[in-house]
Design a protein around this ligand. Structure first.
Ligand code: HDL
Ligand code: ZN
Length: 423
């Protein structure tokens, strides 16, 4: 499609360009098939996604323990009946299951889970990964890799490091450091057991050894970034092990290795422990902590996503002040059409094309299909509105320019951010 862009063909052009854009999904909880059964996929995993557990437990009177004692199929049957049959499934997480089934060619109108389960039972994982990446039109996804997770750690050390097995290049690593940063009183013991000469107080030797730990995992994982999910009351500067580890270990190693530090801030951990992964809440964070990091470390690169809607405007404004700050995604409780639209409009108006609009946060492989289908629709609508505003001034648009903009917004800005030198 090379004809000039007109008001008549604008929507069709933008829709096609956004659909054609092969996405870099900057944050997921997916794993390459080499990691085995910690890669979740299939109907029962889709339906027992922790978002749907939270929504189901609002309706049923069984205890949380009774729920957790159920088999995965029993849990899925309970959720399907409660949220899909006894109520209309228009919550974003419910709707997502149906979008995925539909895009895989299944009949969402049948409401019969039997054929859905048969469809997935017939799937061979490696082929199915190809199918999902094709339907969702993805370039690659970034995993969440935790060196303190025994199952995952053994794959990195035994299969990848020792046996030299390769990770599917469509799955890029992210070195996740929650355990190191948030549970230092336990993680230092683990580091010591692994042969790092550390003590609980962060003396010079311990700082050196934590830096060595980071370098070794960066060497092994080749991560796109180092990441941590921090609570809403996270503050920097602060007198805490967490703050010292960030400033004395992560920030220097991040700059030395050009591996950005991704801060994901705003969770209120385990408001309801009985819900397990579904038990976390949200709180407004103090943006001054991000301001502190970006201004004190102008040569470092920070990727930031915040969980509270109330933090989104100040994050976009802060990104206008600091070119070493790259906001990304509409995270978790923000990953809903009404909020994606609001946040995307605000970001385009404040940051132009210098932002990474979305990530899926997918925990189940098949979710990539619906999370990107839904986000593409909203991003298309918002972009059309912005291009219409441009055309109203007499500005002339080309399809090539729209492709250029969209590629940046749908993940290309991550790769160019990695190339930047902030001297
Ligand atoms: O910390 C995170 O990366 C969050 O995304 C949590 O994993 C959360 O439970 C989640 O899956 N949100 O979508
Ligand atoms: Zn996540």
């Amino acid at each position: 499609m090379t004809q000039p862009i007109t008001r008549e063909n604008l929507f069709r052009t933008v829709e096609q360009v956004v659909r054609d854009a092969k996405v870099t999904d900057v944050h997921t909880h997916l794993y390459a098939p080499i990691f085995g059964d910690i890669l979740l996929w299939g109907f029962d995993e889709l339906v027992t996604y922790h978002y749907l557990i939270a929504e189901t437990m609002r309706w049923v009177d069984i205890s949380y323990d009774e729920y957790w004692k159920m088999t995965k199929v029993e849990q899925a049957d309970l959720i399907w009946k409660t949220l899909f049959l006894d109520n209309s499934p228009y919550s974003e997480a419910c709707r997502g299951v149906l979008t995925t089934l539909q895009r895989l060619g299944l009949d969402a109108s049948s409401r019969d889970v039997g054929p859905y389960r048969e469809f997935f039972a017939g799937k061979q994982l490696e082929d199915y990964v190809d199918q999902v990446f094709d339907v969702a039109n993805l370039e690659c996804v970034v995993m969440t890799n935790d060196p303190f997770d025994p199952k995952e750690r053994s794959v990195w050390l035994e299969k990848i490091k020792k046996a030299g097995e390769k990770v599917d290049p469509r799955f890029r690593a992210a070195l996740r450091l929650d355990m190191l940063l948030i549970n230092w009183d336990q993680s230092w013991h683990q580091l010591k057991e692994w042969g790092f000469d550390v003590t609980p107080d962060l003396n010079d030797r311990t700082v050196e050894e934590v830096q060595r730990f980071l370098r070794e995992w960066i060497e092994l994982m080749n991560p796109v970034y180092m990441a941590v999910s921090l609570p809403y009351d996270f503050e920097l500067p602060e007198k805490s092990a967490r703050a010292e580890l960030i400033e004395k270990c992560i920030v220097p190693v991040s700059r030395e290795t050009n591996v950005p530090f991704a801060l994901m801030v705003g969770v209120k951990r385990q408001l309801n422990p009985g819900l397990r992964d579904a038990g976390d809440g949200v709180g407004k964070m103090n943006i001054a902590s991000i301001d502190y990091l970006c201004s004190k470390y102008p040569h470092n690169k920070f990727l930031v996503t915040l969980l509270a809607r109330e933090n989104q405007h100040e994050l976009a404004v802060l990104a206008r002040k600091f070119r070493n700050l790259m906001p990304f995604g509409c995270w978790w409780f923000l990953n809903n059409p009404s909020l994606i639209e609001e946040i995307t409009k605000m970001r385009l108006e404040l940051l132009g094309t210098s932002v990474i609009l979305q990530h899926s946060d997918a925990r189940v492989l098949d979710q990539l299909i619906y999370k990107w289908e839904h986000s593409r629709r909203i991003i298309t609508q918002v972009l059309v509105e912005k291009y219409q505003d441009l055309m109203a001034t007499g500005w002339v648009l080309t399809e090539a320019e729209i492709r250029r903009d969209v590629d940046k917004l749908m993940g290309g800005n991550l790769w160019s951010f990695l190339e930047r030198e902030f001297n």
